[in-house]
Design a protein around this ligand. Structure first.
Ligand SMILES: *[C@@H]1O[C@H](CO)[C@@H](O)[C@H](O)[C@H]1NC(C)=O
Ligand SMILES: *[C@@H]1O[C@H](CO)[C@@H](O)[C@H](O)[C@H]1NC(C)=O
Ligand SMILES: *[C@@H]1O[C@H](CO)[C@@H](O)[C@H](O)[C@H]1NC(C)=O
Ligand SMILES: *[C@@H]1O[C@H](CO)[C@@H](O)[C@H](O)[C@H]1NC(C)=O
Ligand SMILES: *[C@@H]1O[C@H](CO)[C@@H](O)[C@H](O)[C@H]1NC(C)=O
Length: 376
């Protein structure tokens, strides 16, 4: 009987501990379990692509596993304060596998997106919308690292960035989940970089159960759409910002609730300098992420293809090729034309060779056995 009481007391105690206490679970396991939960809940919707890239410091996130997912692991090794320079190379490998969902747990999380851009610009030239989950690397970390991280220009690229932060001491919910403020550009004044979404506890799960990857594209909430306009009427003009193609973009903004801001640097369509990853004009602004859309009677220019994405065509055009008129051949050539020159040469060669061969053979026969020659 005493034992029974003891056991039930222990059971009640452990139950209480589970709800209120998470200190005995290691930080690494805590974050890993949250990442697994998010992956299974949100990444398994897309059954075409079941790949996740794990970017972690050496030895971190080793236990992460997700059923039905294939993983690409990238170890970051930055012993001193600089970024790991080899990371871009490994990210390129995962990009080739179309593995554009990332779980990042590195000591310097701000190093990840620059390396990602370097990988994109060096290898596949495709535009991706990466989904990124940043995990805090240890529980002593400054609990508000997300503000600085989500204030970097690179985070403009994706609506789907999550930052997990440790909560303050003595809070019931150990991890806080934030998303990036996609509806304002990073350098806009009075922008708060991160938006609070939810809390998480290892034994209870999510506190409010909100959608961690809401559709931010359906309603852009007056986001600024940077439109590069080349002065080329009637399609587009920069001063005033108007033209048939500009009006298309304005209509897009009517539907999706954004506002158009003109960008123009006076260099027309411009070009890209691959060596130093800069550029001028329209294609340069798009390549360096200083404009979102470019208009101005663009066609499928091959030299721009590696650096920007083209939309679908909305207007067809015809191209006429002009070539010199062919000369009429003389009628006497007609019998020879069905076969090529080398075939005719071969036929002639064979005729000559057989004549010579026959002559030599007859000569030989007359010399060796004159009687045989006489008989024939
Ligand atoms: C994994 O895939 C199988 C087959 O598609 C499915 O039955 C199972 O529920 C999946 N498991 C998880 C955890 O999603
Ligand atoms: C960091 O390490 C790299 C290579 O290990 C080295 O080239 C670089 O100088 C180091 N930086 C500092 C600030 O120590
Ligand atoms: C945490 O970071 C903020 C902003 O970068 C800084 O003001 C604060 O002093 C830091 N706190 C600690 C304990 O490092
Ligand atoms: C971020 O982009 C804006 C607009 O292109 C630019 O003015 C600003 O200097 C950039 N900031 C950094 C830190 O690169
Ligand atoms: C990049 O390279 C191009 C051509 O080599 C040069 O004209 C341009 O000034 C360079 N830009 C920067 C920022 O170095």
């Amino acid at each position: 009987m005493r034992n029974f009481f003891l056991i039930s007391f222990l059971l009640i105690l452990t139950n209480l501990m589970q709800i209120s206490c998470y200190e005995d679970i290691e930080h690494e396991e805590l974050t890993s379990r949250l990442a697994e939960e998010i992956a299974e809940k949100y990444f398994s919707i897309d059954t075409q692509n079941t790949c996740i890239t794990i970017v972690a410091d050496l030895g971190v996130l080793q236990k992460f596993s997700a059923v039905n997912f294939s993983l690409v692991r990238i170890s970051s090794n930055s012993p001193n304060d600089s970024c790991d320079t080899s990371m871009a190379e490994f990210i390129a490998t995962s990009l080739r596998e179309k593995c554009a969902r990332y779980i990042v747990q590195i000591a310097r999380p701000e190093c990840f997106l620059p390396a990602w851009f370097e990988a994109i610009k060096n290898t596949i030239f495709e535009r991706h919308n990466p989904k990124i989950i940043y995990l805090p690397v240890n529980d002593q970390e400054n609990s508000s690292y997300g503000d600085a991280l989500l204030a970097t220009n690179e985070t403009n690229i994706s609506p789907n960035i999550l930052v997990i932060e440790n909560s303050e001491e003595e809070e019931e919910w150990p991890l806080k989940i934030y998303t990036n403020n996609f509806h304002q550009l990073v350098h806009e004044p009075e922008r708060s970089p991160k938006i609070y979404l939810d809390d998480w506890h290892p034994s209870v799960g999510f506190r409010y159960g909100v959608n961690l990857f809401p559709d931010k594209m359906r309603n852009l909430q007056q986001k600024t759409l940077r439109l590069f306009t080349v002065p080329y009427v009637p399609y587009s003009n920069n001063d005033p910002i108007d033209g048939s193609e500009v009006r298309m973009v304005k209509e897009f903004c009517n539907v999706f609730n954004c506002k158009v801001e003109g960008v123009y640097d006076g260099m027309q369509w411009g070009e890209v300098y691959k060596e130093n990853r800069t550029g001028i004009g329209q294609v340069g602004a798009l390549y360096t992420e200083n404009a979102d859309i470019g208009v101005g009677a663009n066609t499928y220019w091959l030299e721009y293809w590696p650096y920007i994405d083209f939309s679908d065509c909305y207007l067809g055009g015809a191209v006429v090729m002009i070539a010199p008129k062919p000369q009429v051949l003389g009628g006497w050539l007609t019998p020879f034309l069905p076969f090529p020159m080398d075939l005719w040469l071969l036929v002639m060669g064979v005729v000559i060779a057989s004549a010579v061969g026959l002559y030599l053979l007859t000569n030989l026969t007359m010399k060796v056995s004159p009687s045989l020659a006489k008989k024939t």
